[in-house]
Design a protein around this ligand. Sequence first.
Ligand code: ZN
Length: 323
Amino acid sequence: MATDALRGGIDLGGTKIQAIVANAEHQVLGQARRPTPSEGGPPDVIAAIAEALQEAAQAADVAPDTLSGIGVGAPGAIDDDAGTLARATNLAGWSTAYPLAHELSERFGGATVRLGNDVQVATDAEFTLGAAREFSSLLGVFWGTGVGGGIVLNGQPWLGRGAAGEIGHIPVRHRGLQCPCGRMGCMEAYAGRRAMEARARKAHEDGEKTSLFKIMEEKGRDRLTSGIWARALERGDELAEQLIDDAVDALGSAIAAACNVLDPEAIIIGGGLGVRFGEPYAQRITDAMMPHLFHDDDPPAVRVAELGDLGGALGAALQVKSS
Ligand SMILES: [Zn+2]
């Protein structure tokens, strides 16, 4: 196999960097993961990306400078032509446009670097390789720290003017809770993991009983991960159940709103919480969607993302076309 068929894929998230090396058939030959630096700025993040990709290349038994291209899926404002990333609010010190592509390319023997939105490339991966292979239009809903969305229409990603897919910020409640984005009543204010944690902390401080923070301590974590929510639900924790019920309702409303406008063939539910909770919650979200769906006699298929943790990195690598 010619090494020019090998490509790198980077899923750059707020908490972790996932790197893979894949071949032309999209098989993952090596992978590595690093925590995203929580301090510093773009040079620190780029150094961590490079380390993760070098480790993935090592695991794949290939020299890092033989990769034909590297794709990066990143949060924030991406200009793929200029090779810059800006306004990545989940990344420390990354506000103004920074030449991510150029700097990464220099570290990997001048490899072509393509940049894309993290959620859109994860949606593209499910479309091309995962749960939505049989469809030509879909809405990807990534339920995690926030709630991101990606759109494919007639087989093509729909980016709008660059900001399409922000399903987490569809308003689901008039004068509702404040969203981490600052607006009121967004779906993410009810369904995003960060927002749910803030609600849980407030309720806990106000004296409501919950095992959420005890489980967090037992697991030695400092935030309420998907696994902690799942454990609390298993234990029948009432506060966790109530907050998750709210999240499911908000997801159902926002997905129905998007379906009423776009009428996609399929909805793919991914993200840390979406994948962790799996099929039973995909069904619950469907049930919450149905009352708001205008054409409720022909609902879209609702499926759980198939590519799991590597979907983002696989989608990032897909941006590198065969030469
Ligand atoms: Zn919002």
